[in-house]
Design a protein around this ligand. Structure first.
Ligand code: SF4
Length: 318
């Protein structure tokens, strides 16, 4: 397959934060592809770089971060170096859109939902009355169009999350990035939101990049899973394989940290035991200090070993 066959292709992407304390390699040589109408889940603990990766795909990395090298392809088009104005007019929200982490709290409390949605359309050059577009977008996330007239405080957490999804879908993007879309929702609402995103993906023939720390949730919604640790994807494969037959030692620990009703006797594991410090440029495997299989060779950068449906970054598979 070449990059034209994929909705999104990321090649050797590096995103660094240049601070007075040093360089934080938040995303460090990340590569993956997502097909049309396919979903990928990016999983990892807090600070591993997954949200930075999401914002980089939308070219909205917060200061002082920046894309240092690598390539982001949408279909066959390289958008990495596209002029900002062109990217804003043709790509952002139109081809690739995002539900930001904490979107529940990002709605403006002093404006109705309808006026906030109209503002998005206005910012993208839609000047005529777009009430029908807004109504349709709200209906697609199973909200009554009367929500247009409501203020955020009049909505429940689940309804606010649906509104943020409707906003992200307003301009019919081909790719949706969903950063922790179920965080701070109760379990029942989480499940409704997950089912809704699955339905939208099929109905709109859309590709989705799910970002979450919750491997259980991700394995339910994604066809492919990428496990991220300290800025790198350490394992990528079909969701079933990664969850049931993890290869990388970090993935093993991550899977053991998911509570299970069946194996109540199992002691839950702390996947990395160390704070995921991405500062510095030390060579070797980033999981070295916490890995039970670490050996001398692991002090050198581990190779990326390809297998049938993905890859693993570890000396054990050399
Ligand atoms: Fe463990 Fe070595 Fe593999 Fe790193 S490369 S995960 S230290 S075995």
């Amino acid at each position: 397959m070449n990059c034209l066959d994929f909705a999104l292709s990321v090649n050797s992407l590096r995103v660094y934060y240049l601070s007075q304390f040093g360089t934080v390699k938040a995303v460090d040589d990340v590569s993956f592809s997502v097909g049309k109408n396919e979903s990928i889940g990016i999983v990892g603990e807090s600070g591993c770089g997954k949200s930075t990766l999401g914002t980089a795909l939308l070219r909205s990395v917060p200061y002082p971060g920046r894309i240092v090298s690598g390539q982001i392809m949408l279909g066959g088009q390289d958008i990495t170096g596209m002029a900002e104005e062109e990217f804003d007019n043709k790509v952002r929200w139109k081809k690739i859109s995002m539900i930001f982490q904490g979107a529940l709290n990002s709605l403006d409390p002093v404006f109705t939902i309808g006026s906030q949605m109209k503002e998005i359309l206005k910012q993208h050059g839609y000047s005529r009355d777009q009430s029908d577009t807004i109504r349709n977008s709200l209906s697609s996330v199973l909200l009554d169009p009367s929500v247009m007239k409501k203020y955020p405080h009049e909505l429940s957490g689940g309804m606010k999350q649906r509104v943020s999804i409707a906003m992200a879908l307003l301009l019919n993007p081909e790719i949706l990035i969903a950063d922790e879309p179920t965080t701070s929702l109760d379990v029942m609402v989480q499940s409704q939101i997950i089912n809704l995103l699955k339905k939208l993906k099929t109905d709109r023939n859309m590709s989705i990049v799910f970002i979450s720390h919750d491997l259980g949730v991700i394995s339910e919604v994604s066809e492919i899973i990428a496990i991220m640790y300290r800025g790198q994807i350490v394992e990528l494969g079909k969701a079933y394989d990664v969850y049931n037959n993890p290869k990388h030692p970090y993935t093993e620990k991550l899977v053991s940290s998911v509570p299970s009703i069946k194996n109540r006797e199992n002691k839950l594991q702390n996947p990395s035991e160390k704070f995921a410090d991405t500062l510095g440029s030390e060579a070797g495997c980033k999981f070295y200090d916490a890995c039970p299989y670490a050996k001398e060779t692991c002090r050198k950068d581990p190779p990326v070993i390809n297998h049938k449906n993905g890859f693993v970054r570890c000396w054990l598979f050399e």
